[in-house]
Design a protein around this ligand. Structure first.
Ligand SMILES: [Fe+2]
Length: 317
C-alpha cells in the first residue's frame, strides 16, 4: 500500500499486493488515509447522525434485535441525507478515494454506489446469518468503512466457495436465514477479519459471509457497481464533482422522502413490549436458542449451529 502525502493529507493508493490479495481471497483491508484527528471528527459527525435518527424517529432504519429497554437500531439507510446529516459527509468520503480503489481492484472504468448503510448497533453481542448478497462473483464490490474498532467479520475462503460441490448452497442458506440460529462453520473454512477504526475492508459479497461482533458498532457499509454494467443502465445516477464515484439518486444529500421510500425496502417497526421482554430474557438466559438448536439440529443433521448467537454467551469463533 502506498501513502502519498500532499499538504499533510495521506492519500492511500492500493498497490499490486493488495490487488492480488483481493483477487485471491475475495477481500482486502486497507487504511483509509485520514489522520486520527480527521477520523475522530468524522466519528463525532457520524455519531450525531445516529442521535438525530433516534430523536427524529427517522423511518429508514433496520431493527434486527430490539430489547425491552433499548431499541438497538441496527442500521440507518441513506444516512447522508440532509434530514439527519447536518454536515455533508460526502466531502469526507471524497478524501478516501473509494472509486479509485474499486477501479484498481476490479478494472472498472468507473463505479457507482447503490447502497449506503450506517451500522450503529448498541452494546449488545450480535451475530448475523451467513449469507451471500449476490449469486454471481465479480458483479459488485462492497466496502465497510470502520469508525470504531470491530472484531469478527467472517468470510468463507474463496477457493471453497468456487468449488463445484458447495457444502452451503444458496437455497440452504436462505432456508436457514429464516431460523433463529446462524450456521456455524468449521474454523478452517473462513477468514476472520478484525478492523481498527479508519480501516476499510473491500469484499466480494457473492462469497458467504457473516457480520459478527461483541460490542457497539459505527461503520459505513456501501455497495459499488460497474457504471457501465447492464444492470444499472436504467438507474438514475448523480455525480458530485468532488467525488470519484457516482451515487444512486436516492442517496443524494437532498434526496426527497419519496425518492428514498421508493428505493429502500425498510420501514421497520419495533416489536411489541412482550416480544422485547422475551428478547431481553433470552439475551441473558438463552432458552429460545436452546429450543431452536434442538429443532435445527434435528432438521439439518450434518450442519452445525451457533447455540449462543445474539446472547451474552456468544463466542467470537
Ligand atoms: Fe452481506
Amino acid at each position: 500500500m502506498l501513502h502519498i502525502y500532499i499538504s499533510n493529507i495521506s492519500i492511500v493508493m492500493i498497490g499490486i499486493d493488495q490487488i492480488n490479495f483481493f483477487k485471491q481471497h475475495g477481500w482486502v483491508k486497507i487504511e483509509c488515509g485520514l489522520s486520527d484527528l480527521q477520523i475522530d471528527d468524522l466519528f463525532r459527525k457520524t455519531k450525531k447522525i445516529v442521535d438525530i435518527t433516534k430523536k427524529q424517529k427517522y423511518p429508514f432504519i433496520r431493527l434486527y434485535h430490539d430489547y425491552f429497554f433499548a431499541d438497538n437500531i441496527a442500521a440507518v439507510e441513506a444516512p447522508l441525507n440532509q434530514e439527519i446529516s447536518q454536515e455533508n459527509i460526502y466531502y469526507y468520503l471524497s478524501k478516501i478515494n473509494l472509486g479509485q480503489s474499486i477501479s484498481k481492484l476490479t478494472n472498472w472504468n468507473k463505479s457507482c454506489c447503490s447502497l449506503i448503510r450506517l451500522f450503529c448497533m448498541e452494546n449488545f453481542k450480535y451475530s448475523g446469518h451467513w449469507h451471500r448478497d449476490r449469486e454471481e462473483i465479480n458483479q459488485v464490490v462492497q466496502a465497510s468503512f470502520y469508525l470504531k474498532d470491530e472484531k469478527g467479520f467472517k468470510i468463507r475462503k474463496k477457493f471453497l466457495e468456487i468449488k463445484k460441490e458447495n457444502r452451503y448452497p444458496n437455497n440452504l442458506c436462505l432456508d436457514i436465514n429464516n431460523k433463529l440460529l446462524p450456521l456455524k462453520l468449521n474454523r478452517d473454512e473462513y477468514d476472520i477479519i478484525d478492523a481498527k477504526k479508519g480501516d476499510i475492508i473491500f469484499f466480494e459479497p457473492a462469497l458467504l459471509h457473516q457480520g459478527k461482533y461483541d460490542n457497539s458498532r459505527l461503520q459505513f457499509h456501501m455497495r459499488f457497481h460497474d457504471s457501465d454494467s447492464q444492470e444499472i443502465i436504467n438507474e438514475k445516477l448523480y455525480k458530485y464533482d468532488f467525488l470519484d464515484f457516482d451515487i444512486f439518486e436516492h442517496l443524494k444529500f437532498d434526496a426527497s422522502f419519496d425518492a428514498r421510500k421508493e428505493k429502500l425496502d425498510v420501514y421497520s417497526k419495533k416489536n411489541n413490549t412482550i416480544s422485547r421482554i422475551k428478547n431481553l430474557i433470552n439475551y441473558f438466559i438463552p432458552y429460545r436458542n436452546l429450543r431452536s438448536y434442538i429443532m435445527q439440529k434435528t432438521k439439518y443433521k450434518v450442519y452445525n449451529f451457533d447455540l449462543y448467537a445474539n446472547t451474552i454467551l456468544q463466542k467470537k469463533i
